[in-house]
Design a protein around this ligand. Sequence first.
Ligand code: PMP
Length: 358
Amino acid sequence: MSRFWSKVVHGLTPYVPGEQPRIDGLIKLNTNECPYPPSDKVLQAIAAQTTGDLRLYPDPQAAGLKAAIAHHHGLKAEQVFVGNGSDEVLAHAFMALLRHPAPLLHPDISYSFYPVYARLYGIETREIALRADFSIAVDDYLQAGPNGGIIFPNPNAPTGMALPLAEVERLLAGNPDSVVVVDEAYVDFGAQTAAPLIDRYPQLLVIRTLSKAWALAGLRVGYALGHPDLIEALSRVKDSFNSYPLDRLALAGATAALSDAAWLAQTSARIQASREALSEGLRARGFEVLPSQANFVFARHPAHEGASLAAQLRKQRILVRQFARPQRIADFLRITIGTPQQCEALLNAYDAVAQQAA
Ligand code: PMP
Protein backbone atom coordinates (compact mmCIF):
# COMPACT_ATOMS: atom_id res chain seq x y z
CA MET A 1 0.00 0.00 0.00
CA SER A 2 2.99 2.28 0.48
CA ARG A 3 2.76 3.25 -3.20
CA PHE A 4 -0.11 5.52 -2.14
CA TRP A 5 2.07 7.35 0.38
CA SER A 6 3.38 10.86 -0.17
CA LYS A 7 7.12 10.98 -0.89
CA VAL A 8 7.87 12.59 2.45
CA VAL A 9 6.48 9.59 4.39
CA HIS A 10 9.04 7.19 2.88
CA GLY A 11 11.87 9.14 4.48
CA LEU A 12 10.38 8.98 7.99
CA THR A 13 11.27 6.41 10.64
CA PRO A 14 8.75 5.81 13.44
CA TYR A 15 9.94 6.56 17.01
CA VAL A 16 12.04 3.65 18.36
CA PRO A 17 9.44 1.53 20.19
CA GLY A 18 12.30 -0.21 22.06
CA GLU A 19 12.64 2.85 24.29
CA GLN A 20 9.23 2.17 25.85
CA PRO A 21 9.27 -1.63 26.42
CA ARG A 22 6.29 -3.36 27.99
CA ILE A 23 8.42 -5.46 30.33
CA ASP A 24 8.06 -5.02 34.08
CA GLY A 25 11.01 -5.02 36.44
CA LEU A 26 13.27 -2.85 34.30
CA ILE A 27 14.86 0.28 35.73
CA LYS A 28 14.05 2.89 33.09
CA LEU A 29 16.82 5.45 32.89
CA ASN A 30 16.43 5.98 29.13
CA THR A 31 13.73 8.58 28.44
CA ASN A 32 14.34 11.33 31.03
CA GLU A 33 11.09 10.86 32.92
CA CYS A 34 10.85 12.04 36.53
CA PRO A 35 11.36 9.19 39.02
CA TYR A 36 8.89 10.75 41.50
CA PRO A 37 5.09 11.04 41.25
CA PRO A 38 3.63 14.49 40.48
CA SER A 39 2.27 16.85 43.14
CA ASP A 40 -0.80 15.58 45.05
CA LYS A 41 -2.61 18.69 43.82
CA VAL A 42 -2.39 17.33 40.25
CA LEU A 43 -3.94 14.01 41.24
CA GLN A 44 -6.73 15.76 43.18
CA ALA A 45 -7.54 18.08 40.27
CA ILE A 46 -7.72 15.17 37.83
CA ALA A 47 -9.93 13.16 40.20
CA ALA A 48 -12.29 16.13 40.50
CA GLN A 49 -12.73 16.17 36.70
CA THR A 50 -13.87 12.57 36.58
CA THR A 51 -17.08 13.25 38.51
CA GLY A 52 -19.09 14.60 35.58
CA ASP A 53 -17.45 17.25 33.45
CA LEU A 54 -15.95 14.75 31.01
CA ARG A 55 -19.18 14.80 28.97
CA LEU A 56 -18.39 18.43 28.11
CA TYR A 57 -15.80 19.59 25.56
CA PRO A 58 -12.67 21.14 27.05
CA ASP A 59 -11.97 24.88 26.74
CA PRO A 60 -10.46 25.27 23.24
CA GLN A 61 -8.63 28.41 24.40
CA ALA A 62 -7.19 26.67 27.51
CA ALA A 63 -7.68 30.02 29.26
CA GLY A 64 -7.22 28.74 32.82
CA LEU A 65 -4.00 26.90 31.98
CA LYS A 66 -2.59 29.84 30.00
CA ALA A 67 -3.30 32.15 32.96
CA ALA A 68 -1.48 29.73 35.31
CA ILE A 69 1.52 29.50 32.95
CA ALA A 70 1.63 33.30 32.48
CA HIS A 71 1.51 33.77 36.25
CA HIS A 72 4.30 31.22 36.79
CA HIS A 73 6.58 33.14 34.38
CA GLY A 74 5.46 36.71 35.14
CA LEU A 75 4.12 37.12 31.58
CA LYS A 76 0.72 37.87 30.01
CA ALA A 77 -1.68 35.18 28.80
CA GLU A 78 -1.34 36.43 25.20
CA GLN A 79 2.35 35.49 25.40
CA VAL A 80 1.46 31.81 26.00
CA PHE A 81 0.61 28.97 23.60
CA VAL A 82 -0.22 25.44 24.81
CA GLY A 83 -0.06 22.09 23.05
CA ASN A 84 -0.18 18.34 23.44
CA GLY A 85 3.38 17.87 24.70
CA SER A 86 6.23 20.10 23.62
CA ASP A 87 6.73 17.85 20.59
CA GLU A 88 3.43 19.13 19.21
CA VAL A 89 4.35 22.72 20.10
CA LEU A 90 7.63 22.22 18.24
CA ALA A 91 5.80 20.81 15.21
CA HIS A 92 3.57 23.90 15.11
CA ALA A 93 6.60 26.18 15.48
CA PHE A 94 8.31 24.50 12.51
CA MET A 95 5.14 24.87 10.44
CA ALA A 96 4.24 28.43 11.44
CA LEU A 97 7.58 30.12 12.06
CA LEU A 98 10.51 28.24 10.54
CA ARG A 99 9.59 27.69 6.87
CA HIS A 100 11.81 30.17 5.06
CA PRO A 101 14.00 30.09 1.96
CA ALA A 102 17.22 30.31 4.03
CA PRO A 103 18.34 27.27 6.08
CA LEU A 104 17.32 26.65 9.67
CA LEU A 105 20.39 26.43 11.93
CA HIS A 106 20.69 23.88 14.73
CA PRO A 107 23.55 22.18 16.60
CA ASP A 108 24.90 19.03 14.94
CA ILE A 109 24.43 17.18 18.23
CA SER A 110 20.97 18.02 19.43
CA TYR A 111 17.36 16.83 19.77
CA SER A 112 16.86 14.21 17.07
CA PHE A 113 13.33 15.37 16.23
CA TYR A 114 14.45 18.73 14.75
CA PRO A 115 15.68 17.20 11.46
CA VAL A 116 12.54 15.05 11.36
CA TYR A 117 10.22 18.07 11.59
CA ALA A 118 12.36 20.00 9.11
CA ARG A 119 12.05 17.19 6.60
CA LEU A 120 8.32 16.88 7.20
CA TYR A 121 7.80 20.56 6.46
CA GLY A 122 10.34 20.79 3.63
CA ILE A 123 12.71 23.03 5.58
CA GLU A 124 16.38 23.13 4.60
CA THR A 125 18.69 22.85 7.62
CA ARG A 126 22.32 23.60 8.40
CA GLU A 127 24.04 21.83 11.26
CA ILE A 128 26.45 23.90 13.32
CA ALA A 129 29.13 21.79 15.01
CA LEU A 130 29.48 21.85 18.77
CA ARG A 131 32.93 22.79 20.10
CA ALA A 132 35.42 20.06 21.03
CA ASP A 133 34.14 20.26 24.63
CA PHE A 134 30.54 19.76 23.35
CA SER A 135 29.43 23.32 24.17
CA ILE A 136 27.42 25.48 21.75
CA ALA A 137 29.65 28.09 20.03
CA VAL A 138 27.45 31.21 19.76
CA ASP A 139 29.94 32.94 17.44
CA ASP A 140 29.26 30.29 14.79
CA TYR A 141 25.57 31.31 14.77
CA LEU A 142 26.56 34.96 14.32
CA GLN A 143 28.78 34.23 11.33
CA ALA A 144 26.62 31.65 9.57
CA GLY A 145 25.19 34.05 6.97
CA PRO A 146 21.47 34.46 6.26
CA ASN A 147 19.31 31.94 8.05
CA GLY A 148 15.64 31.04 8.24
CA GLY A 149 15.71 30.64 12.00
CA ILE A 150 17.70 29.00 14.79
CA ILE A 151 16.67 26.20 17.14
CA PHE A 152 18.55 24.59 20.00
CA PRO A 153 17.72 23.00 23.35
CA ASN A 154 18.99 24.70 26.49
CA PRO A 155 20.31 22.70 28.28
CA ASN A 156 21.27 20.85 25.12
CA ALA A 157 20.11 17.27 24.62
CA PRO A 158 21.67 14.77 24.82
CA THR A 159 24.75 16.50 26.27
CA GLY A 160 22.96 18.15 29.23
CA MET A 161 25.24 21.19 28.91
CA ALA A 162 23.63 24.63 29.36
CA LEU A 163 24.35 27.91 27.62
CA PRO A 164 24.49 30.86 30.07
CA LEU A 165 21.76 33.48 29.65
CA ALA A 166 24.26 36.13 28.50
CA GLU A 167 25.28 33.83 25.62
CA VAL A 168 21.64 33.23 24.62
CA GLU A 169 21.17 37.01 24.62
CA ARG A 170 24.29 37.51 22.45
CA LEU A 171 22.82 35.04 19.94
CA LEU A 172 19.48 36.92 19.93
CA ALA A 173 21.12 40.34 19.60
CA GLY A 174 23.13 39.11 16.61
CA ASN A 175 20.06 37.60 14.87
CA PRO A 176 17.38 40.31 15.08
CA ASP A 177 15.55 39.12 11.95
CA SER A 178 15.42 35.38 12.67
CA VAL A 179 13.04 33.44 14.85
CA VAL A 180 15.13 31.88 17.61
CA VAL A 181 13.53 28.87 19.31
CA VAL A 182 15.02 27.90 22.67
CA ASP A 183 13.74 24.45 23.66
CA GLU A 184 13.84 24.49 27.47
CA ALA A 185 12.61 20.95 28.10
CA TYR A 186 15.34 20.48 30.73
CA VAL A 187 15.78 24.02 32.09
CA ASP A 188 14.27 23.41 35.53
CA PHE A 189 17.26 21.44 36.84
CA GLY A 190 19.56 24.38 37.48
CA ALA A 191 19.96 26.20 34.13
CA GLN A 192 18.84 29.77 33.34
CA THR A 193 15.61 30.34 31.41
CA ALA A 194 15.47 32.80 28.51
CA ALA A 195 11.84 33.73 29.42
CA PRO A 196 12.89 37.11 30.93
CA LEU A 197 14.30 38.10 27.50
CA ILE A 198 10.93 37.77 25.76
CA ASP A 199 9.87 41.38 26.31
CA ARG A 200 13.09 42.66 24.66
CA TYR A 201 13.43 40.16 21.81
CA PRO A 202 10.22 39.75 19.78
CA GLN A 203 11.85 36.98 17.70
CA LEU A 204 12.38 34.69 20.72
CA LEU A 205 10.18 31.64 21.28
CA VAL A 206 10.80 29.62 24.44
CA ILE A 207 9.33 26.10 24.45
CA ARG A 208 8.65 24.21 27.67
CA THR A 209 7.26 20.85 28.72
CA LEU A 210 5.57 19.45 31.82
CA SER A 211 7.03 16.02 30.97
CA LYS A 212 10.33 16.30 32.82
CA ALA A 213 10.64 18.45 35.96
CA TRP A 214 6.87 18.46 36.57
CA ALA A 215 6.64 14.64 36.35
CA LEU A 216 3.73 14.72 33.88
CA ALA A 217 5.04 12.94 30.76
CA GLY A 218 1.84 10.89 30.76
CA LEU A 219 -0.39 13.97 30.57
CA ARG A 220 1.23 15.36 27.36
CA VAL A 221 1.38 19.09 28.04
CA GLY A 222 3.85 21.53 26.53
CA TYR A 223 3.78 25.26 25.92
CA ALA A 224 5.51 28.15 24.22
CA LEU A 225 6.28 31.65 25.50
CA GLY A 226 6.92 34.58 23.19
CA HIS A 227 5.73 37.81 21.61
CA PRO A 228 1.94 37.80 20.94
CA ASP A 229 2.63 37.86 17.17
CA LEU A 230 4.54 34.57 17.36
CA ILE A 231 1.85 33.10 19.63
CA GLU A 232 -0.86 34.14 17.18
CA ALA A 233 0.96 32.41 14.32
CA LEU A 234 1.13 29.19 16.34
CA SER A 235 -2.58 29.44 17.22
CA ARG A 236 -3.54 29.80 13.57
CA VAL A 237 -1.69 26.60 12.68
CA LYS A 238 -3.06 24.73 15.70
CA ASP A 239 -6.64 25.71 14.92
CA SER A 240 -6.28 24.39 11.39
CA PHE A 241 -5.24 20.95 12.69
CA ASN A 242 -7.26 20.54 15.87
CA SER A 243 -9.01 23.16 17.95
CA TYR A 244 -8.93 20.97 21.09
CA PRO A 245 -5.28 20.05 21.65
CA LEU A 246 -5.67 19.40 25.38
CA ASP A 247 -8.33 17.32 27.06
CA ARG A 248 -10.02 18.18 30.35
CA LEU A 249 -7.78 15.95 32.46
CA ALA A 250 -4.63 17.48 30.98
CA LEU A 251 -5.93 21.03 31.45
CA ALA A 252 -6.93 20.39 35.07
CA GLY A 253 -3.76 18.49 35.99
CA ALA A 254 -1.36 20.94 34.34
CA THR A 255 -3.10 23.97 35.87
CA ALA A 256 -2.88 22.38 39.33
CA ALA A 257 0.80 21.49 38.81
CA LEU A 258 1.74 25.08 38.03
CA SER A 259 0.06 26.25 41.21
CA ASP A 260 2.52 24.14 43.22
CA ALA A 261 5.89 25.77 42.52
CA ALA A 262 7.14 24.56 45.93
CA TRP A 263 6.75 20.95 44.73
CA LEU A 264 8.86 21.76 41.66
CA ALA A 265 11.63 23.39 43.70
CA GLN A 266 11.80 20.43 46.07
CA THR A 267 11.75 17.76 43.36
CA SER A 268 14.31 19.58 41.23
CA ALA A 269 16.65 19.90 44.24
CA ARG A 270 16.37 16.14 44.91
CA ILE A 271 17.18 15.32 41.30
CA GLN A 272 20.10 17.75 41.18
CA ALA A 273 21.56 16.17 44.35
CA SER A 274 21.22 12.69 42.80
CA ARG A 275 22.79 13.98 39.57
CA GLU A 276 25.87 15.19 41.40
CA ALA A 277 26.15 11.91 43.35
CA LEU A 278 25.75 9.82 40.18
CA SER A 279 28.28 11.94 38.28
CA GLU A 280 30.77 11.44 41.09
CA GLY A 281 30.12 7.69 41.19
CA LEU A 282 30.63 7.41 37.43
CA ARG A 283 33.82 9.53 37.47
CA ALA A 284 35.19 7.38 40.29
CA ARG A 285 34.75 4.40 37.95
CA GLY A 286 36.69 6.05 35.11
CA PHE A 287 33.81 7.60 33.14
CA GLU A 288 34.11 11.00 31.48
CA VAL A 289 30.89 12.81 32.47
CA LEU A 290 29.92 16.04 30.72
CA PRO A 291 28.86 18.84 33.12
CA SER A 292 25.06 18.44 33.16
CA GLN A 293 22.39 20.93 34.15
CA ALA A 294 19.62 18.53 33.11
CA ASN A 295 17.89 15.48 34.65
CA PHE A 296 20.33 13.17 32.88
CA VAL A 297 24.06 12.78 32.45
CA PHE A 298 25.99 12.04 29.26
CA ALA A 299 28.98 9.84 29.98
CA ARG A 300 31.50 7.56 28.27
CA HIS A 301 34.10 5.12 29.49
CA PRO A 302 37.40 4.72 27.65
CA ALA A 303 37.29 0.93 28.11
CA HIS A 304 33.80 0.35 26.68
CA GLU A 305 32.09 0.76 23.37
CA GLY A 306 28.75 2.58 23.89
CA ALA A 307 26.35 0.13 22.22
CA SER A 308 27.82 -2.91 23.92
CA LEU A 309 27.84 -1.25 27.36
CA ALA A 310 24.17 -0.27 26.92
CA ALA A 311 23.36 -3.88 25.90
CA GLN A 312 25.21 -5.30 28.91
CA LEU A 313 23.41 -2.94 31.29
CA ARG A 314 20.12 -4.03 29.73
CA LYS A 315 20.97 -7.62 30.62
CA GLN A 316 21.21 -6.34 34.20
CA ARG A 317 17.69 -4.92 33.67
CA ILE A 318 18.78 -1.29 33.42
CA LEU A 319 17.79 0.77 30.39
CA VAL A 320 19.93 3.71 29.29
CA ARG A 321 19.99 5.56 25.95
CA GLN A 322 22.76 5.25 23.40
CA PHE A 323 22.85 7.08 20.05
CA ALA A 324 24.47 5.38 17.07
CA ARG A 325 24.85 8.71 15.28
CA PRO A 326 26.67 10.98 15.00
CA GLN A 327 29.80 8.85 15.43
CA ARG A 328 31.30 11.43 17.79
CA ILE A 329 28.80 10.52 20.53
CA ALA A 330 28.39 6.80 19.80
CA ASP A 331 30.35 5.77 22.90
CA PHE A 332 28.33 7.98 25.26
CA LEU A 333 25.41 6.78 27.33
CA ARG A 334 22.63 9.17 28.27
CA ILE A 335 21.53 8.17 31.74
CA THR A 336 18.36 9.64 33.27
CA ILE A 337 18.66 10.64 36.92
CA GLY A 338 16.51 8.18 38.87
CA THR A 339 15.92 7.86 42.59
CA PRO A 340 19.08 7.45 44.72
CA GLN A 341 18.31 3.69 44.79
CA GLN A 342 18.02 3.51 41.00
CA CYS A 343 21.29 5.43 40.56
CA GLU A 344 22.95 3.04 43.00
CA ALA A 345 21.56 0.08 41.03
CA LEU A 346 23.06 1.54 37.83
CA LEU A 347 26.49 1.87 39.45
CA ASN A 348 26.27 -1.68 40.83
CA ALA A 349 25.23 -3.00 37.42
CA TYR A 350 28.21 -1.23 35.85
CA ASP A 351 30.52 -2.79 38.46
CA ALA A 352 29.17 -6.24 37.56
CA VAL A 353 29.73 -5.57 33.84
CA ALA A 354 33.29 -4.33 34.50
CA GLN A 355 34.04 -7.40 36.62
CA GLN A 356 32.83 -9.75 33.88
CA ALA A 357 35.05 -7.89 31.38
CA ALA A 358 38.14 -8.17 33.65
N1 PMP B 1 12.57 18.72 23.51
C1 PMP B 1 13.57 17.96 23.95
C2 PMP B 1 14.96 18.49 23.89
C3 PMP B 1 13.31 16.68 24.44
O1 PMP B 1 14.31 15.87 24.85
C4 PMP B 1 11.97 16.20 24.49
C5 PMP B 1 11.63 14.83 25.06
N2 PMP B 1 12.13 13.76 24.42
C6 PMP B 1 10.97 17.03 24.00
C7 PMP B 1 11.29 18.29 23.54
C8 PMP B 1 9.53 16.58 23.93
O2 PMP B 1 8.95 16.37 25.16
P1 PMP B 1 7.37 16.27 25.34
O3 PMP B 1 6.74 16.08 23.99
O4 PMP B 1 7.16 15.13 26.25
O5 PMP B 1 6.95 17.57 25.94
